[in-house]
Design a protein around this ligand. Structure first.
Ligand code: NDP
Ligand code: GDR
Length: 373
């Protein structure tokens, strides 16, 4: 039975990858951080009682800032494959916690690679690094491919640039089978609530159910290439199954604006929106409501405003990937379109908002977490 070790297993991608590998018959080990409250919601459904000898899913306490925990877990598990998905992954937050972001995202990657080498696993353990389209930042070529030059635009992207190169370096210097997946934005109902797509689907579902009055957003003009996380974790595994380790761009090759994602999400809820004003003064107003998903709304309601607090000190205005190499060499193609993914996310968040509204109707007042960033 093959063994995989996943850092960031409690995150969006970690949870989908763990499901995928369990289905493939792997024994799956994950590193989780100590937190003051439960942080395993995304993997609770695949959790197995560790008292059962046959359990194929195991969590270990550790942290990418702590070499000793990484070395201990690697020596205990001796995995065939390591997927380094753990990161402080929020671009805007990285401007506020740049040193921590570098410690986890850049040096954390070095710590893992060095632990593999120190333990003599470099010929047996394959390594996947979660690299990112944010490396392209101020884009030098469109669409972006593996050979497009990098120009990172945030402490997050600069940290990931180090991680990218140290992965290449350990491959060249020590012969580790190590790959970078340069993944463009990918989303799902499990996406963190403060990333733009989830902020929109969750915010609009809450507004439709009368739980929140208005959504405050940053740059609506930003252009992204959005895919579905489930499609992208399949590719992470494929990259480690080849004869030779290589780096791959994973993207859909289609690009939309943040404003488009707002329009689609509203449409899923039966809301037609009109945008007016420019820059910081832009708002979105309800034109019409059909169906019964948005009982709290009427024409004329302003449900979205731009708030410059969400603008970034340096913005990545446009990203569009060219996934030709992944298609040609690995036969990979995304199965879910951005619009289909948006519908899935809205349906998920609407169910949660309906439950919340029902509880409120029965006098159970539960505060709605209002997202920052
Ligand atoms: P998430 O933010 O959902 O998950 C990040 C994971 O990393 C969580 O499990 C988190 O734990 C864990 N983590 C954070 N800090 C540490 C630390 N110090 N030590 C150990 N683990 C830590 O990210 P995604 O699942 O969306 O992304 C996975 C990876 O892919 C990340 O590295 C991200 O930067 C990268 N990436 C993501 C893209 C995307 O569009 N989603 C695109 C390109 C790259 P906890 O649950 O406790 O917070
Ligand atoms: P990104 O994702 O920065 O691309 O990083 P995010 O969803 O945060 O932003 C995408 C774009 O939307 C604009 N935007 C807003 N973003 C947020 N979070 N909140 C807002 O209110 C808002 N309004 C507009 C942003 O300015 C940006 O242009 C994600 C992360 O998953 C990284 O870890 C990963 O490496 C990259 O995708 C690829």
């Amino acid at each position: 039975m093959k063994k995989a070790l996943i850092t960031g297993i409690t995150g969006q991608d970690g949870s989908y990858l763990a499901e995928f590998l369990l289905e493939k018959g792997y024994e799956v080990h994950g590193i989780k951080r100590r937190a003051s409250s439960f942080n395993t919601q995304r993997v609770d459904h695949i959790y197995e009682d560790p008292h059962t000898d046959s359990a194929r899913f195991r969590l270990h306490y550790g942290d990418l800032t702590d070499s000793s925990s990484l070395t201990r877990i690697l020596s205990e598990v001796e995995p065939d494959e390591v997927y380094n998905l753990g990161a402080q992954s929020h671009v805007a937050v990285s401007f506020e916690a740049p040193e921590y972001t570098a410690d986890v995202d850049a040096i954390g990657t070095l710590r893992l690679l060095e632990a593999i080498r120190f333990l003599g696993l470099e010929k047996t353990t394959r390594f996947y690094q979660a690299s990112t389209s944010e490396l392209y930042g101020l884009v030098q070529e469109t669409p972006q491919r593996e050979a497009t030059p990098f120009h990172p635009r945030s402490p997050y992207a600069v940290a990931k640039l180090y991680a990218y190169w140290i992965t290449v370096n350990y491959r060249e210097a020590f012969g580790i089978y190590a790959c970078n997946g340069i993944l463009f934005n990918h989303e799902s109902p499990r996406r963190g609530e403060t990333f733009v797509t989830r902020k929109i689907t969750r915010g609009l579902a809450n507004i439709a159910q009368g739980l929140e009055p208005c959504l405050y957003m940053g740059n609506l003009d930003a252009l992204r290439d959005w895919g579905h996380a489930r499609d992208y974790v399949r590719m992470q595994w494929l990259m480690l199954q080849q004869d030779e380790p290589e780096d791959y761009v994973i993207a859909t090759g289609k690009q939309y604006a943040v404003r488009d994602f707002v329009t689609w999400s509203a449409a899923e809820l039966g809301i037609e929106l009109a945008f007016s004003g420019e820059g910081e003064a832009e708002i979105a107003t309800v034109v019409s409501v059909t169906g019964d998903d948005a009982p709290a709304l009427s024409p004329g309601d302003v449900i979205l405003r731009v708030d410059p607090r969400y603008f970034r000190p340096a913005e990545v205005e446009t990203l569009l990937g060219n996934p030709s190499k992944a298609k040609q060499k690995l036969g990979w193609e995304p199965e879910v379109t951005a619009r289909e993914m948006c519908a899935e996310m809205v349906a998920y968040d609407l169910r949660a908002a309906r439950r919340h509204a029902l509880l409120r109707e029965h006098g159970l007042e539960i505060p709605v977490s209002v997202e920052e960033r």
